[in-house]
Design a protein around this ligand. Sequence first.
Ligand code: 5GP
Length: 208
Amino acid sequence: MNDGLLFIISAPSGAGKTSLIKALINRDASLSLSISCTTRQQREGEIDGVHYHFLDQTAFAQAVTADAFLEHAEVFGNHYGTREADVRTCLFAGRDLILEIDWQGAQQVRVRFPAAISIFIVPPSIAELERRLNGRGTDNAAIIAGRMAQAYSELTHYVEYDYVVINDEFDAALNALTAIVNAERLRLARQQFHLNNLFTHLNSVIEE
Ligand code: 5GP
């Protein structure tokens, strides 16, 4: 059996990444989403162990010292990290895994897992990004302006990714993500095991 594929998906906030990933996982039973650790406050509706593993600063720092993270980074003043053991367990079981992480984490994962496939989701325009960041209705103007500046600096990292998906129309972007996942599964290297078996069988039939 092949190890699972490791997908990294990043986006500036407001690009619509979280809903796209949720829909992608709902339509593909062999995809899992990695659960990150974070020091940020739990939001209403979030469940510990489902949306994130919520850690305090001490527990997070201990995990860093113990080298438990495949990658970790500070995003919007909070710490986030992906537990390496969880990733390896999933991949070794042959399951494909998505890491929903920022560009700093993506850079670290590429060093440790060069075969990881990275996808960057971008909003269709800056005006639409601004509309989406405003549309949340939960943050004040200064926070939105800060997010726009942050989004701009995050956007400059698109060049580091294997694929870019423009989230203009939700279904089209979802289909594009599905196409990337399926194409990566169809790579020759991923099917070598199956083909070897096929040819072994064929040889035995010819020799009979
Ligand atoms: P939020 O707190 O809104 O759920 O996520 C904020 C940002 O943190 C998002 O850009 C998200 O991709 C990023 N993030 C979430 N989990 C991780 C992680 O484990 N590692 C890194 N590097 N970034 C993460």
